[in-house]
Design a protein around this ligand. Sequence first.
Ligand SMILES: N[C@@H](CCC(=O)N[C@@H](CS)C(=O)NCC(=O)O)C(=O)O
Length: 206
Amino acid sequence: MIDLYYWPTPNGWKVTILLEELGLDYRVIPVNIMKGEQFAPEFVALNPNSKTPVLVDSDITLFESDAIMLYLAEKTGRFFGKTTRSKYEVLQWLMFQMSGVGPFFDQANHFTRYASEEVPYAIERYTNEASRLLCVMDKRLDGRNWVSGGDYTIADIALFGWVQGLVKEGGFFSPYAEVADWFVRLAARPAVKRGLGVLAEVHTPS
Ligand SMILES: N[C@@H](CCC(=O)N[C@@H](CS)C(=O)NCC(=O)O)C(=O)O
């Protein structure tokens, strides 16, 4: 049985969606990051970085959501490319998500909605970069159903969680028609709905 230490946020959704797509059995252990449970010694023993999600599969304990996705994809041989070329295409879009979309969407969201004081420079810097990244995705998706080439992969799942967060917060989504179509394609998948539904009742915007 896989144990998933989880809170319903963009990085957590990546893993619940993938587990649902794979049809693997898993147990969810809530880690309420709004109450600081990520700093509890038992959790820090699993992830010294004090962040969700964490996955435990027998003797393997993993933090970093994209590492978890790669592990599950390799374990099952699904949702990852089969050739060297297609694998690296998936990896390239995963890294685009980890180094760009995740951090910049997060900061854009924080400074436009939750900062204790208004900081126009930060709002402009992070929303401009978030828009630029959406523009990159939009161009990439022109004429393609999925970001990394032919098939639906973990790269789509990794990006979806963050775009979902932006849509939910009522952010700047509308000019990006290709991203919007891709989003609708993903959101319609039964496993995506189930993944987003895990602990949905406690969701608080990240
Ligand atoms: N790069 C990490 C980021 C993990 C992360 O930022 N998790 C957030 C929830 S989406 C969290 O646990 N936040 C609690 C905190 O920062 O104290 C990953 O992809 O797993």
